[in-house]
Design a protein around this ligand. Structure first.
Ligand SMILES: Cc1ncc(COP(=O)(O)O)c(C=O)c1O
Length: 417
């Protein structure tokens, strides 16, 4: 099918959940995607934080080829080699004691929410005073299934599906006083992205994380860190919470875990795991042999190729170059992030939209989140020359668009195109 035929067929047959960019990708190599005409695009988004090793990585191809000849699926009724191998690595990297495998971020988050409820129930049965409510953060994003959605802050994600799961309150972002005021023994869990992803690449402060740890410890509520976007090395450490010297009770992973195959994980402490016994939770596909074998290959490649150090090195360079741009273009009002989870916030949503579109015209893929924020989640194998290429493009696009934008704003009008 041609792109036009695909577009027409999808428009007629698919649930209209996405507004796709009109590009048909047919391949990829390293940090580049390749379209139907053989044009190469520098990918600074990696399938929304998934393709950490880029495209066509030999370690992933090898793991898929070898494992697919052995076993792809057996269900969770029997043993295969993959879950134990993967759990050994993930528990060591995270400081957690146990793992549960599923298929996506939102499923990992649902598992975490259910664990918090079950753990609180266990504590109540042991005579402790602890409730069933959750405290999440303003601008949080935890997924689209019912529980995840209820703990996701922005109304646009929740309201069409009301009523959502009750018992969730939101704390003003990074506001220690609000956290302290809202905390009580009614809560079974406090839910934090150490660096908010969809919320605009916003790290919480060390103080906020430390207070959340202290408060939850005082009642037995679980501190649950969502690492679905920030985890597995994107910030230069395996887990973003490791920048905070805090050990949560539960954490969740997904996006980059199996190199593009669907796989999620919920990791937890032995104490939290006490609440779960056979039959309480499960999944047909989760933690299958193929996805687990690829995840082991992804983790081993990150380790063997020193990619955490590389992410820190190239991320620091990228951050510095974005700061340079911010010094030159007043339209950039903030530069944030850690490692290769970075953002440049612009002074207008229209401008951010134009810039993302103009980058795509120059065959550089980024995205816009939270209206005004340009988000960069490139593959971990990104080189400094790729950063330079992107910065030069941003520089010229901002030079072209920002003065017009400012002038248009001053006259109350809007610059178009
Ligand atoms: C922090 C965070 N949590 C949860 C999710 C949901 O993951 P999934 O789309 O795999 O269900 C996302 C997805 O963007 C995310 O960024």
């Amino acid at each position: 099918m041609t792109l036009a035929e695909i577009k027409a067929t999808e428009a007629k047959l698919l649930l209209p959940t996405y507004e796709r960019n009109p590009i048909l990708f047919v391949g990829g190599e390293g940090v580049h995607l390749i379209d139907e005409n053989g044009e190469r695009y520098l990918d600074l988004l990696s399938g929304i934080g998934v393709n950490a090793l880029g495209y066509g990585h030999p370690a992933i191809e090898r793991a898929i080829a070898e494992q697919s000849k052995k076993l792809i699926h057996i269900s969770n009724l029997f043993f295969h080699e993959g879950q134990a191998e993967l759990a050994l690595r993930l528990t060591k990297m995270s400081g957690m004691d146990r793992a549960f495998f599923c298929n996506s971020g939102t499923e990992a988050w649902e598992a975490a929410l259910k664990l918090a409820r079950a753990h609180a129930g266990l504590l109540r049965s042991e005579g402790r005073t602890i409730g069933t409510k959750f405290l999440a953060l303003e601008n949080s994003f935890h997924g689209r299934t019912m529980g995840s959605m209820a703990t996701t802050h922005k109304a646009k994600y929740r309201e069409p599906f009301d009523p959502v799961m009750p018992g969730v309150e939101f704390v003003a972002f990074d506001d220690v006083a609000d956290l302290t005021a809202r905390f009580s023994s009614d809560l079974c869990g406090v839910l934090i992205e150490a660096i908010q992803g969809e919320g605009g690449i916003r790290p919480v402060s060390r103080e906020f994380m430390a207070v959340a740890r202290e408060l939850t410890r005082s009642t037995g509520a679980l501190l649950i860190c969502d690492e679905i976007q920030a985890g597995l090395g994107r910030t230069g450490k395996w887990f973003a919470y490791q920048h905070y010297d805090v050990r949560p009770d539960v954490t969740t992973l997904a996006k980059p875990l199996a190199g593009g195959l669907p796989l999620g994980a919920m990791l937890c402490t032995e104490e939290a795991a006490r609440a779960i016994h056979p039959g309480m939770h499960g999944t047909t596909f989760g933690g299958g042999p193929l996805a687990c074998a690829v995840a082991v290959a992804v983790i081993d490649t990150i380790e063997q190729n020193g990619l955490l150090e590389h992410v820190t090195d190239v991320g620091t360079y990228f951050h510095g170059r974005l700061n340079e741009l911010a010094g030159k273009h007043s339209a950039i009002v903030d530069v944030r992030g850690m490692g290769l989870m970075l953002a440049a916030e612009l002074d207008s949503a229209d401008l951010a939209k134009q810039v993302a579109g103009a980058m795509l015209e120059r065959r550089i893929i980024i995205n816009r989140t939270s209206e005004t924020v340009l988000r960069f989640l490139p593959p971990f194998i990104l080189g400094k020359q790729d950063v330079d290429h992107a910065i030069n493009a941003l520089d010229s696009i901002l030079t072209e668009h920002a003065p017009l934008e400012a002038a248009a704003a001053a006259t109350g009008g809007k610059h178009v195109g």
